[in-house]
Design a protein around this ligand. Structure first.
Ligand SMILES: NC(=O)c1ccc[n+]([C@@H]2O[C@H](COP(=O)([O-])OP(=O)(O)OC[C@H]3O[C@@H](n4cnc5c(N)ncnc54)[C@H](OP(=O)(O)O)[C@@H]3O)[C@@H](O)[C@H]2O)c1
Length: 269
């Protein structure tokens, strides 16, 4: 990487995390889906060759977990092969690639997951994201793969906003109390991403601290929620029961409750 001004490209700049990354990296080239489709190998390679960045941050993905089940060809292209093309392009350009993956690469049988733990996704989304990780590692060395979980942020459809809306519309809101993870504020994650670029390559687990169920998360947002089981809410895609990411490599992020309070103050006051 050059010393001095670091030239950065953000992909998926129109998404929930991408929008917050754009705030933290204001000088970056910001590419939305319309600007570059990461499933187009030649275009990806040409784009990175032309811009000659030092760092590429990829927040582009197909993220509808249930939608992935019926759309697997597209999903594997976007979440699996696309990141591989980016890695190829970054390797050619000697750029660092920062890519986001998910707690859903794990099956939930172990509860807490360290960076080196064995992956075993239980749904198409998780399998496609795992393929993305593998394609990156096949194509380059200087990558940072950031696995994160349960994102909420100002620029996307997220659980916090959904709860606020349902709370107004319904007398009580039933939320599952048997799936556990770590809610994470996209603005916190975007800040932390800046730190990860400067340290050694590899896989990182970055979430706000604190494990909770979706019901416990909901209870911190609204007053009229009641717990239920996943059996009462059948979904197309199976979810891991317990997929808390443990960060053993960098300083911990703050607790999700503190992050949630700031999110609500900044966006919902
Ligand atoms: N959301 C979560 O709870 C969560 C949890 C764990 C990990 N992650 C990971 O974190 C990252 C960011 O997630 P997010 O929630 O911010 O996602 P998001 O809001 O769904 O944003 C994804 C962006 O990618 C774009 N995109 C889709 N297909 C593309 C393609 N072929 N080429 C270029 N851009 C494309 C989308 O554009 P269009 O909308 O125009 O298609 C969208 O702007 C992803 O890697 C995701 O897998 C998310």
């Amino acid at each position: 990487m050059v010393v001095g001004v670091i030239k950065t490209v953000i992909l998926g700049a129109g998404g929930m995390l991408g929008t917050d990354l754009c705030k933290i990296f204001p000088d970056a080239a910001k590419l939305k889906h319309n600007d570059l489709d990461i499933t187009k190998r030649e275009k990806v390679i040409e784009c990175i060759r032309r811009i000659k960045p030092d760092v590429v941050i990829n927040a582009a993905a197909y993220t509808d977990v249930d939608g992935c089940e019926g759309n697997q060809e597209l999903v594997f292209d976007v979440n699996g092969y696309g990141p591989g093309y980016l890695a190829e392009a970054c390797s050619n350009a000697s750029a660092v690639l920062v890519h986001f993956s998910t707690d859903y690469v794990f099956d939930g049988s172990k509860k807490e997951y360290l960076e080196a733990d064995t992956t075993n996704p239980v749904n198409a989304y998780g399998r496609s994201k795992l393929l993305g990780e593998q394609k990156i590692a096949e194509n380059m060395d200087d990558y940072r793969i950031i696995r994160t979980s349960w994102l909420f942020g100002a620029n996307g459809i997220n659980f916090v906003d959904t709860m606020l809306k349902l709370s107004e519309e319904m007398e009580t809101v039933k939320v599952v109390n048997d799936q556990f993870g770590k809610p994470t504020y996209t603005l916190d994650l975007a800040h932390k991403t800046a730190e990860i670029i400067g340290i050694e390559p590899g896989i990182y687990h970055l979430s706000n601290e604190g494990v909770c169920s979706w019901y416990e998360f909901a209870s911190a947002i609204i007053d009229n929620t009641i717990p239920c089981t996943s059996n009462e809410f059948p979904r197309k895609a199976k979810r891991p029961t317990y997929s808390a990411l443990v960060n053993t490599k960098t300083s911990p992020m703050r607790h999700w409750k503190e992050a949630l309070n700031d999110y609500l103050k900044e966006n919902k006051a």
